[in-house]
Design a protein around this ligand. Structure first.
Ligand code: ZN
Length: 326
């Protein structure tokens, strides 16, 4: 089904697949009346590629019709078909300026990332349970020539406007997350910032100084930004296209408050180390979904500290957490 408002048309490509706890991977062809933009580019799997070709055909479109590609963020479920498309047509690819070293798998960036995780996981006492993460990063480094986008990427900055599309920074899920906001029709292409009835999280990441980013508070601010926008439709990175984003954001903010409270309670119950706190809340998931669990726990610990509800202290190189009672 396509979405139309005057000469604006969205052709959704919703690939149904169980992907972690999500049930679809989305990208969108968007015609503003003069330009056909692909917003996000799915997975790189043959199954996704086949579905993508099929959908183009169904919409009576082809790769040759695509004029440009916009990426909401650098994650590989949003960039998978870019190289495939570029091998058939040279189009310009746009993404947030912070996405560029990530999309190009630059050596310096990958080295910084590895060193950042050694430092952070060391300080939070979770190096032992994260061995797989480091193996994965080593593999990525060796495979970087195959993974990178085969093109220059044009950097986008907050406040840029391309045609009538506003670029709104919305960090939290990743530091390079963008809302592409088509103001005249109030259509918001918001990547993984807000999904309907489905989880999406703030993931650990770092800034230029290799410092841990305050991802949870960034996420909250980005949700408030989206909340302030009018939206006829939200075109998200996963799950269904939806309306009533204010209600969905309200639920999400309440859920974040509950997560914060759960972290505070775990510390009040006598868990002082990151891994203890993680196990108290997530049980076995600490082993099976280590990166996601640690992103949540470290993210919310820092969030609660920022709001004056917890305190931390370094002992023998590791953070210990204490409740702060009002
Ligand atoms: Zn995604």
């Amino acid at each position: 089904m396509q979405y139309q408002n005057g000469h604006h048309i969205v052709y959704p490509i919703l690939f149904k697949e169980q992907y972690g706890s999500l049930s679809s991977i989305n990208c969108f062809l968007y015609n503003n009346g003069s330009t056909l933009t692909l917003i996000d580019a799915g997975l790189s799997t043959p199954e996704f590629n086949e579905f993508f070709q099929q959908q183009l055909k169904q919409y009576k479109l082809s790769i040759q019709d695509i004029d440009q590609i916009f990426l909401t963020h650098h994650h590989d479920d949003h960039t998978g078909q870019v190289n495939q498309i570029l091998s058939q047509k040279q189009v310009q690819v746009y993404a947030h300026h912070l996405a560029i070293p990530r999309l190009l798998f630059e050596e310096q960036y990958l080295t910084n990332k590895y060193n950042f995780f050694v430092k952070i996981y060391g300080e939070y006492g979770c190096l032992d349970i994260s061995a797989d993460r480091f193996k994965k990063m080593e593999k990525t480094f060796l495979n970087r020539e195959n993974l990178k986008l085969n093109t220059e990427v044009i950097p986008l900055h907050h406040g840029d406007i391309i045609n009538e599309m506003y670029i709104i920074e919305a960090p939290g899920h990743s530091p390079d997350s963008i809302i592409f906001s088509e103001q005249p029709v109030r259509w918001q292409f918001s990547g993984d910032l807000l999904l309907e009835n489905a989880p999406t999280n703030a993931l650990i990441d770092f800034d230029e100084k290799l410092e841990l980013l305050p991802t949870v508070s960034q996420y909250r601010e980005s949700l408030l930004k989206l909340n302030a926008l009018e939206a006829e439709w939200i075109f998200p990175g996963h799950e269904k296209i939806f309306q009533n984003h204010n209600l969905e954001i309200d639920n999400k903010l309440k859920k974040m408050d509950r997560k914060e409270q759960r972290i505070i309670d775990a510390v009040r119950n006598g868990n002082n180390k990151t891994v203890e706190i993680a196990r108290a809340i997530y049980g076995k998931k600490v082993e099976t979904q280590t990166f996601f669990v640690l992103s949540e726990v470290i993210g919310y610990l820092e969030y609660a500290i920022g709001r004056g509800k917890l305190a931390k202290e370094m002992r023998d190189g590791e953070w210990f957490f204490q409740p702060v009672y009002p």
